[in-house]
Design a protein around this ligand. Structure first.
Ligand SMILES: [Zn+2]
Length: 126
């Protein structure tokens, strides 16, 4: 496992400095999925080979399951008696849709730190 801080900050997995995404705002229309080709600091090519990011789908799947489990446990523990389950399902679906850009970005950044070694000596290359 690589550098978790880089994954959380959506930074280059190797040097933790360059941004992965062109826009820092995941909800910017048309920019949600736009990644830089290379790290602006150490030059790492993010998409190592074509199809590299297919593996991120598994990460995305796991993040969605984690979200579902957390939301459901929370519902049973705290709000089952207060609100109707249909409202819960509706809210859950709405949140899932709203979270798509965020889960997309984190699944790629987590996939990158799983596949690429952190090399702190690459910091400040530029
Ligand atoms: Zn880098």
């Amino acid at each position: 496992m690589g550098n978790i801080k880089a994954a959380l900050l959506l930074k280059c997995p190797r040097c933790e400095e360059g941004n992965l995404y062109e826009s820092q705002n995941p909800y910017k229309v048309g920019k949600m999925m736009e990644m830089h080709k290379n790290c602006s600091n150490c030059g790492l090519r993010y998409e190592k080979e074509s199809g590299f990011f297919y593996g991120a789908m598994y990460v995305s799947y796991m993040l969605n399951i984690a979200f579902f489990v957390t939301a459901t446990v929370f519902w049973y523990a705290f709000i089952e008696d207060i609100i109707d389950w249909r409202i819960y399902i509706g809210t859950y679906v709405l949140l899932t849709v709203l979270l798509v850009p965020i889960i997309f970005r984190y699944s790629r950044s987590i996939w990158l730190i799983m596949m690429i070694k952190f090399e702190p000596e690459k910091r400040g290359e530029r």
